[in-house]
Design a protein around this ligand. Sequence first.
Ligand code: FE2
Length: 392
Amino acid sequence: MNYFEFTNPTKLCSGQGALDNLAYELQILGASHPMVLSDAMLEKIGTLKGVTDALSEMQIGRIFTDIPRDSSIETVNRIAKEYRDFGCDALVALGGGSVLDTAKGVRLLISQDVDDLLELMGCECVPKGKPVPFVAIPTTAGTGSEATAVAVIKNPGLGIKMEYISQQLVPDTAILDPRMTETLPPRITASTGMDTLCHAIEAFSCLQKNPVSDAYAIAAIGLVRDNLLRAVRFGSSRQARWAMANASFLAGAAFSNSMVGVVHAIGHALGGVCHVPHGDAMNILLPAGMMFNCKKCRDDYGELLLHLAGPELYRKTPKQKRARAAIEEVLRMREKLHRLTGLPVTLKEAGVDPAKFPEVAKAALNDGAVIVNPRQVTYDAVIRILEVSYGN
Ligand SMILES: [Fe+2]
């Protein structure tokens, strides 16, 4: 590598009470009647009310909560139409990856003055277009979507998850308030936390890595190491929740620049074909994916041992054994989460039918993440990773 680019234009408002800044942040972005996107569960448990209360002195243009777990192109198109019909002038997205990615799709449609997201496939080079102020408020600490230029949106017609990548998708502002994640159940905390870890590890080892994305990835890994189990065990610990929210943002900014790898490629395919939740898939596939890549990134994984396990184990482990020890650290963390929450560690536990492996492998090879994986990914390699992850 002799050249790289790194971008992270998102303003971060992070910490206890950060949500109280929402109206001010919208005002300085020039917005006066935002559309608020969320989901029915967040409305039911009162998290959405925290946002509408924070906007009490502003006129909300429209609240839309009918966003499913795996949002689709149709949902995005429908919301964009309502945004125009109700004369909204900004987007506030409160939720997990699905809500945030839906908002990204809506922003793309409004800014480009297009009605159907299918028209914007391959949108990497679209111009800036009409400004649409966009504030993201994540309620999980996992996807990192609040810091990325990526949106994953389902195309039900083709039965696949489509990946949109564009700088026009990056939120203007991310609000990380530990109050937004403290009601997250332990199992989802575990699953989304492993997604964060996977973003950081893949960002640190993929072909597009660079010194700046490395710094973000390493910081994220340290926060996950020290706080994920604590956030699972003691969900009301605002310190642990805050640390995991920061980890998610850092890992998101890392992989938005360096990209991910084979674990995400297969995970996206498993989501599309077998409907395995993304974080569960990352948790299941990460060790086998690392084993596959180990041949090509022994030094990177060896360095990761320091951040995954701390200096004592790193110092005690001979250099040639550090990469393997890093994978064992990931396995140990998985075992602890499995014991605490039942988070599946095999595809068998996740209910995946091995007869679907060929379909999953074909979809994985079409995923952009295989291009930057440190080791060339073949059909046979994907099948092998799936078989190992099944529990064979
Ligand atoms: Fe992910």
